[in-house]
Design a protein around this ligand. Structure first.
Ligand SMILES: *Cc1c(COP(=O)(O)O)cnc(C)c1O
Length: 360
């Protein structure tokens, strides 16, 4: 068996240990005589899996008791609509536009009410996080929305915006569990799990209880009403059982790795290796303002499209795959999520050094 170093932005690398364990339990999960894929979501054995997953996540993120944890479907993209459907009481909200995913959430909100652009970094291809210390937030806004880590452009909010007392909603898809956060500063923290936690098909939403009400926009489907999901502990209908089971295993793996403090240290070390090299390289350079750099997604270019393509091709042949940048940005992007070992980044940098020498 040979595994590559997978730098995909998502679906992305998972811890090998988790994959091995899942393989061991594939035919017979804990003497149930069946795979987790085959069992009822109403069974005691599955109930233990989902409850334990929730508790482990609560422990990891120190989620306060007045927040619900929901395991949902539809991807982060469906959640773009769920936010206004469940939260737009005044039919008005503010959005900070820091990339494609924020733009898509913003466009979705406009279907349901007045969505106002509070700030944007579109003027410089989203290569920085705009100043969010004094935004034009008005009293009638129901919430302020951010995409905390911009997967495509490689920027990250290092400091949360000043929301002037308004509820903050954050898409953390690509930085979920990468470092500790203070959940109490948010009304809603959510993300698709396929970047940093598990197999595509699950969205985890952590929502303050007072935001979960029957007062939703008319026409909101039962399934998309947070109250439906919260009242039924994410088991209103059949959830993506197997995927949630894998997420649970990843939570345990993170606990073993030292929790979110341990993850932060691991991620900072990895990112430093790559950014330090980009800063000294004569061929490769990072595309993002240093103060706003993401620990998870690292875009870089040579400045020459043909050379970029040559690099991506030769890297893949050497076992470093999925390094091509997003189609809207070009160049390269190395996504170095939690499960990417430090060794993978060290070897990538060694390969980049060789490539630089050969193409000087
Ligand atoms: C990948 C991604 C999404 C979209 O996720 P889907 O589950 O495919 O809908 C949204 N936001 C961010 C920040 C992402 O990285």
């Amino acid at each position: 068996m040979s595994r590559v170093y997978n730098f995909s932005a998502g679906p992305a690398v998972l811890p090998e240990e988790v994959l091995r364990e899942a393989a061991d339990e594939m035919m017979d999960y804990k003497e149930s005589g069946m795979s987790v894929m085959e069992m009822s979501h109403r069974s005691k054995v599955y109930d233990d899996i989902i409850k334990e997953a929730e508790q482990d996540l609560r422990d990891l993120m120190q989620i306060p008791d007045n927040y619900k944890v929901l395991f949902l479907q539809g991807g982060a993209s469906q959640f773009f609509a769920e936010v206004p459907m469940n939260m737009m009481k005044n039919k008005k909200a503010g959005y900070i536009i820091t990339g494609q995913w924020a733009k898509k959430a913003f466009a979705e909100a406009k279907i349901y009410g007045e969505a106002v652009e509070l700030a944007s970094s579109a003027d410089k291809t989203f290569s920085y996080i705009p100043d969010c210390s004094d935004l034009p937030i008005t009293d009638d806004m129901d919430y302020v929305y951010i995409c905390e880590n911009n997967t495509i452009y490689g920027t990250k909010f290092r400091e949360l915006p000043n929301t002037k007392g308004k509820t903050l909603v954050s898409d953390v898809s690509s930085c979920f569990l990468s470092e500790p956060i203070d959940v109490s500063k948010y009304g809603v923290v959510y993300g698709g799990v396929q970047k940093n936690i598990g197999p595509a098909g699950v969205v985890i939403a952590i929502i303050r209880e007072d935001l979960i009400t029957d007062d939703v926009l008319p026409g909101t489907p039962t399934m998309l009403k947070w109250k439906t999901q919260a009242d039924n502990d994410s088991l209103y209908n059949t959830p993506p059982c197997y995927n949630i089971y894998i997420c649970g295993k990843v939570f345990k793996w993170i606990k073993k790795m030292g929790g979110l403090e341990g993850m932060k240290k691991h991620n900072e070390e990895k990112a430093k290796i790559l950014y330090d090299f980009l800063d000294e390289s004569k061929l490769f350079k990072g595309t993002v303002e240093k103060k706003d750099r993401s620990l998870m997604n690292v875009p870089f270019v040579t400045g020459n499209e043909d050379l970029d393509a040559k690099f991506v091709k030769e890297a893949a042949a050497a076992g470093f795959v999925n390094l091509k940048g997003h189609r809207t940005v070009g160049g390269m992007r190395a996504s170095i999520y939690n499960a990417m070992p430090k060794e993978g980044v060290e070897k990538l940098v060694a390969f980049m050094k060789e490539f630089e020498q050969a193409n000087a």
